[in-house]
Design a protein around this ligand. Structure first.
Ligand code: ASP
Ligand code: MG
Length: 406
């Protein structure tokens, strides 16, 4: 049966001419089987980072519209080169920018949302027998301004196209074999997961597993687009991200994530009365800071400490805003801790298994690791610990929850 397949190749899969040729061969193999192919590509290697760096040499705060104009060039290079590589192999391909496809977004530059996709152009080109290559990560406002979809946004382009085109398959190619129980660089016993639910993947992505953009998984979940994450350098099957996996209640923990990109801020001796937390977090919200974990201690003395985490990149700004709020409340001391890590366990099975949290805390205790903050969701438990214990924590939890076997 003829299938419509959407494939997305990440920056590491197209980092140099050899790798682009490798992708072209793979694409042609699928094409030869009689399938229609829509291929989404990211910018070569670290191009996007390099462009951001370049801009920073011109301006400390470049206009976001111009940032989008600049960053979208990365993907324009890779689609053209891949189309050429496919031509070299004797097949027809056409490269298209986001605006040529008709990926219409809102007007929020650097993190635009897709409003709609006009599929006509793609269908026309497919009908002519061409492989359609689409620049990931970019779209266009109704006023024809170029936008980008937030870092890692090519995943979103692929998922949204798979949904719009009603593709039979959506494959996300990267440089790892799939989703692992934890980062194999930390725990060599980490195992590739065959199937994982959208919810678990979403949780893992937002907790630090950097395989797919979190927003793209949200969209996949919303429209029930099954995704396979796999490696462009091997023939092995990857990980299926789907609504429900077989025996999903059997295991409590599916994966472990580690995130070292947050810092902790503490305001000491905050008066324990209504409106104080609102004052602090309003300041931060107005500054556009995304506050994550928040812990307020119980007070016995009418004073309490409030701690929260923010992304490290926002840390300086967050400290300033917190100090301002602390000043207004009454000369309170503000502390910053950059040496923290968040280790999290994730699994839908947690909903029905008891003792998972206790198991996690016990494991950390055995390693003499102090837990500084705890937060939970329905399918995850996170602990903030000192950064130097991060790897030990991951390994001992991997062992505790038997993740190497299954
Ligand atoms: N090139 C963009 C980035 O690095 C988009 C992507 O890779 O998906 O964020
Ligand atoms: Mg990238």
């Amino acid at each position: 049966m003829k299938k419509l397949i959407v494939q997305k190749y990440g920056g590491s899969s197209v980092a140099n001419p050899e790798k682009i040729k490798n992708v072209a061969k793979r694409v042609v193999r699928y094409k030869k089987k009689g399938n229609d192919l829509v291929v989404v590509v990211s910018a070569l290697g670290d191009t996007t980072d390099e462009l951001i760096e370049l801009a920073s040499q011109i301006s400390a705060e470049p206009p976001e519209r111009e940032m989008d104009m600049l960053l979208s060039t990365g993907e324009q290079i890779s689609v053209a080169l891949l189309a050429m590589a496919i031509h070299e192999l004797g097949y027809e391909a056409i490269s298209l920018t986001g605006s040529q496809v008709g990926i219409i977004t809102d007007t929020v530059h650097t993190r635009a949302r897709i409003v709609k996709i006009e599929a006509n152009k793609i269908h026309q080109e497919l009908k002519k027998g061409k492989v359609v290559i689409v620049a990931g990560f970019q779209g266009m406002t109704p006023d024809k301004d170029i936008t980008t979809l937030g870092r890692g946004g090519s995943d979103l382009t692929a998922v949204a196209l798979a949904k719009t085109l009603e593709a039979n398959e959506c494959e996300i190619y990267t440089d790892v074999e799939g989703i692992f129980t934890t980062d194999p660089r930390i725990e060599p016993k980490a195992r590739k997961i065959d199937e994982i639910t959208y919810d678990e993947m979403l949780e893992m992505a937002s907790l630090g597993a950097q395989v797919m953009q979190a927003r793209s998984i949200e969209v996949a979940k919303k429209f029930d687009v099954p995704i396979q994450v796999r490696s462009s350098f091997s023939e092995n099957c990857g990980t299926m991200i789907i609504k429900e996996v077989k025996n999903m209640e059997d295991v409590a923990v599916t994966g472990i994530t580690l995130n070292k990109s947050e810092s902790k801020i503490t305001i000491c001796n905050v008066p324990d009365k209504p409106g104080i937390a609102a004052k602090i977090f309003n300041q931060l919200a107005q500054g556009g800071i995304n506050v994550d974990m928040i812990v307020q201690n119980v007070s016995h003395t009418r004073q309490t400490d409030i701690s929260f985490t923010v992304p490290k990149v926002d840390s300086q700004k967050a400290i300033k805003l917190t100090q301002r709020a602390a000043q207004e409340i009454g000369e309170l001391e503000v502390l910053e801790d950059l040496d923290i890590a968040r280790v999290s366990i994730v699994g839908v099975g947690m909903k029905t298994h008891s003792g998972v949290a206790a198991g996690m805390f016990e494991t950390l205790a055995k390693e003499k690791i102090n837990i500084e903050m705890i937060s939970t969701s329905e399918i995850s438990i996170s602990c903030i610990i000192k950064k130097k214990f991060a790897e030990t924590a991951v390994k001992s939890l991997h062992e505790k929850f038997d993740l190497a076997k299954r």
